[in-house]
Structure formats: C-alpha cells, structure tokens
Design a protein around this ligand. Structure first.
Ligand code: MF3
Ligand code: CO
Length: 253
C-alpha cells in the first residue's frame, strides 16, 4: 500500500490542479443549493452534466472502470458510489453524499460533501458534522516532513472519539493527471508511520464515516457501497496540495 512512486507536482501543475478543483467546488456548491425534498438524484446528475458542458470540462468518473455517471449520489446507508437514478426521489430528513470529479486541460479535480435534505435528525446532523470535522482535522497533517498515516490517524481518531467507525474498504488517493495516483490514503492508521510527506504531493483526502460498524457491502448494481448494518454513513473529500507554505486545499471555494 502506497509503495509505488508518488508523482510530485510543480508549482504550475498545482495551479492547474487548483483550477480543476475550484471548478469541482463551484459545481458542488450549485448542486448543494439544489438539494431539496422531491428532486431526484438524476436531476442533480443533469445539473452537473449541464454545468460541465457549459464550462468545457469533462466528468472524471464517467467511463472510469465503466462507471456511467458524472456524480456519485449516496443516500443514507449508502456509503459511496451510489448511482444517480430517476427513481431516487430525495425526501425530507435524508442525508446525501455528493462526490464529483472533473478533468480540465488534463488535470483532475475531486471533492465530496454530505448534506441533509431539509431538516434531518440530530443524529444524522451529528454524523455529518463529525465527518466534516475529521476532514478538517486531517488537512493540517498534510504537511512537509509529516508522515502519510498522520493524516489517516487524524481521521480515525476523530471519528472514533465521536463513537463512529471509519470505512476501511475505500481509501483516499493521490491525484494529478489521473484521478487516482499513488499513494493510497487510508482513513485509519498509526501516527508517525507511512511514507514521508513531500512538497508537491497532491492528495485526495476522503473520510467515509459510519454511524455503526465499519463493514460495507456492494449492491447488485456492482457499484453502490452500503453499510452492512444499514446505519447511516457520511463522506467528505478535499484535494490538498502539500506545499512549503502548508496545506493548500485545492477544492476549497
Ligand atoms: N471520489 C471517488 C474516488 O476518488 C469517486 C470515484 S467514483 C468512480 O474514488 F465512479 F469514478 F469510481
Ligand atoms: Co476521491
């Protein structure tokens, strides 16, 4: 895990990645604004597709290992890789994770966020806020001279202190001229271990946090990952460049 060569990026490549990730952030913001009871996850897919075409960018996920859509839309117990559907009507109190990636000028952007549909239960809101906090706590660990699993450890300890568990079957990743590059960025690990973090590494850090156990299973569609116990799951992701000036959150608006 994480042993293959990491591709370090120059300043100008990091700015290209910033442009792609800012586009992701802008479109994610539009999508979040459209989330409401009564719309379908396919409606969101249509909006994402339209925004990409308007801006001359390409969806990063569509065609990736045969995945058919621009977005992953994962509702409630769905962890990641939920597929937009005309049959999935969002309802008040659902939670929705939107994961979105683009390719612009050969450089990839990738980010995700979980939102409540209308007013969700206090339990659901607590899970969403804790998962966002896990990502925010992990970002400062993306620093020159640190170790890769410092990031992993921050996510795991943050999730577990709230009584949640982290998903182990999916991980964050390097990002650049491909959507997925080495190294893998697990959401669990021991601080002070793993490869040294260097200037020019760009990592997609993506905590997936479960209300119950960490186990997931894949539905018959071959994509949708759901919690084994049927409890809720939340997902946040930012693409972050490691620079001498500190972490540069490329997908932050
Ligand atoms: N953010 C996810 C990832 O980086 C999205 C991949 S979805 C896929 O792995 F459909 F493209 F596989
Ligand atoms: Co990702």
């Amino acid at each position: 895990m994480g042993r293959e060569e990491v591709i370090l990026k120059s300043r100008s490549e990091i700015e290209k990645l910033r442009t792609s990730n800012l586009l992701v952030a802008e479109i994610l913001e539009i999508l979040k604004g459209k989330v409401s009871a009564g719309i379908t996850t396919m409606d969101l897919e249509g909006i994402a597709d339209g925004e990409l075409k308007r801006r001359g960018a390409h969806p990063a996920f569509k065609g990736y290992r045969g995945y058919p859509y621009c977005l992953c839309t994962s509702v409630n117990e769905e962890v990641v890789h939920g597929m937009p559907s005309v049959k999935r009507v969002l309802k008040e109190g659902d939670i929705l994770s939107i994961d979105f990636g683009v390719c612009l000028d050969g450089y990839y952007g990738d980010a995700a966020a979980t939102v409540a549909v209308g007013i969700a239960s206090p339990e659901a809101i607590r899970l969403i806020e804790a998962t966002s906090e896990c990502l925010e706590r992990a970002i400062p660990a993306a620093r020159v001279g640190g170790r890769l699993y410092d990031i992993s450890h921050e996510i795991q300890s943050c999730a577990e202190k709230s009584g949640y568990s982290v998903v182990r079957d999916f991980v964050g990743h390097g990002i650049g001229r491909s959507l997925h590059e080495p190294p893998e960025v697990p959401n669990f690990g021991r601080a002070g271990t793993g490869p040294r973090l260097k200037e020019g590494m760009v990592l997609a850090i993506e905590p997936m946090v479960n209300e119950g156990g960490s186990e997931v299973r894949i539905l018959a569609d071959g994509w949708t990952a759901v919690t084994a116990d049927g409890k809720l799951s939340a997902h946040f992701e930012h693409s972050v460049a490691i620079t001498e000036d500190g972490p540069y959150v490329l997908s932050r608006l």
